[in-house]
Design a protein around this ligand. Structure first.
Ligand code: PMP
Length: 437
């Protein structure tokens, strides 16, 4: 197999030139700028089911799924119809609507891990608000996070570890005051001693331990249940809240997210992405007692002009209703397993340095021979060069992945057997080019 000629990106390139005059890097979210892959970003014109089309008319089987929300695929008729029905009555009132009750009921009645919640407009906003709640409730200031977990772009969490076992955070963005980062303790994933040391050093000071229970923003760093249970126990012992950021894993690995998957109960959970059906929504939830601290019931302030927006609620209601159909996750997960197994078999048979890590309908291609990767510092940065080549070959064969080797792929219920067969063939050929080309 040899490399394929590049698809036309003429119209995308022209749009990108224009966009660069309006937006930093020509985009409204940095990864979209294709900085770690080949060529100009593709401007997408439409999506339907598993497919997307760009401005030049190229068609792709999409495994990005808007970075996770589109578990039913693009332009799902049930979501579209509900959104259009609700929009007939206006787009926003800044007053309560029955739709908020409806979406909350779908979540709370089918998920034993939260009793009350608050809707916001993004994952970042959900995490930011929930951190404030954790601090207000515990009357403590420090937050412990893990290297390689992403929790949105709120100041206190744009922090990475320094070199020691337990370190104060160093900001990973300009514009974050050092004093904010000092409230964040960063440790490596899958390292119990580091967490124990942090609790010893900052006794009675840690408000919350925040983790993506399925870390999916630095590759897919699957943790063991036993480790999550360890975090549960050490938090309980220290009066610290265990905070699962399930913006990706929520409603993805099952209706009860990672908490249900591992049967480990967090104190606070955030959701985003899937609960908004592709519209801007996030939420944070907890026990009724802890949520009782949020304004106007309690002293922790949080609000939003477009919070609980009716159009966004409509999309979430339609999407979650589909997810509750019997067998939904079983089918989706089985489809993913068959797909990823076949790719792994292909790579293993050829002795490629390549592993597919997967859980539920999430998967990640890693250029490694390691059987497991659980920490951010185990990801080989040099291997990202291979991803860059793979990404180009895949685009040229009609398969769209998020433009970074650190990002995971998602399978939706709209991916048909035929789509996945086609995608597999494209992936096989592309891997041959990457390893032999
Ligand atoms: N938490 C996690 C685990 C995420 O993956 C993300 C976004 N990918 C966020 C928070 C932030 O969500 P948003 O981009 O909607 O602000």
């Amino acid at each position: 197999t040899t490399t394929k000629p590049d698809i036309s990106r003429e119209k995308s390139a022209a749009l990108y030139e224009k966009a660069k005059t309006y937006f930093p890097g020509g985009v409204n979210s940095p990864v979209r700028a294709f900085k770690s892959v080949y060529g100009t970003p593709l401007f997408i014109e439409k999506g339907d089911g598993s497919a997307i089309w760009d401005a030049d008319g190229n068609q792709f089987i999409d495994f990005c799924g808007s970075w996770g929300p589109l578990i039913l695929g693009h332009n799902h008729p049930k979501v579209r119809e509900k959104v259009m029905e609700v929009m007939q009555n206006g787009t926003s009132f800044g007053a309560p609507t029955a739709l908020e009750n409806e979406l909350a009921e779908l979540i709370v009645k089918n998920n034993k891990f939260i009793q009350k919640l608050r809707f916001v407009s993004s994952g970042t906003e959900a995490v930011m608000s929930a951190i404030r709640l954790a601090r207000g409730y515990t009357k403590r200031d420090k937050i412990l996070k893990f290297e390689g977990c992403y929790h949105g772009h709120t100041d206190a969490l744009l922090v990475k570890a320094g070199s020691g076992l337990v370190t104060f955070g160093e900001t990973s963005s300009a514009g974050v005051p050092k004093s904010f980062a000092d409230e964040t303790i960063v440790v490596a994933l899958n390292d119990k001693a580091a967490v124990e040391e942090a609790f010893a050093e900052f006794k009675d000071q840690i408000a919350a331990v925040i983790i993506e229970p399925i870390p999916a923003n630095n590759g897919l760093l699957l943790q063991e249940k036993e480790y999550l249970q360890f975090l549960r126990d050490i938090c309980t012992k220290n009066g610290t809240l265990l905070f699962f950021d399930e913006v990706i894993s929520g409603f993805r690995v099952g209706f009860e997210g990672a908490a249900g998957y591992y049967q480990v109960k967090p104190d606070i959970i955030t959701y985003g992405k899937i609960i908004g059906g592709g519209l801007p929504v996030g939420c944070y939830g907890s026990s009724a007692e802890i949520m009782g601290n949020v304004s106007p019931d309690g002293p922790v302030y949080q609000g939003g002009t477009l919070s609980g927006n009716p159009v966004a609620m409509a999309a979430g209601i339609a999407q979650l209703t589909e997810l509750l159909r019997s067998g939904f996750y079983k089918d989706l997960n089985k489809k993913t397993e068959e797909f990823t197994d076949a790719i792994q078999r292909f790579a293993t048979a050829r002795n490629y340095t390549f592993k597919v890590f997967t859980i539920g309908s999430i998967f990640w291609f890693a250029f490694t021979n390691k059987e497991s990767i659980r920490r951010a510092d185990e990801v080989d940065a040099a291997s990202m060069d291979k991803f860059k080549k793979l990404h180009r070959e895949l685009l040229n064969r009609g398969v769209y992945f998020g433009p970074s080797g650190y990002e995971v792929g998602f399978i939706s219920s709209a991916h048909t057997k035929i789509d996945l067969e086609k995608a597999k063939r494209a992936i096989f050929e592309s891997l041959e080019v990457v390893f032999n080309g």
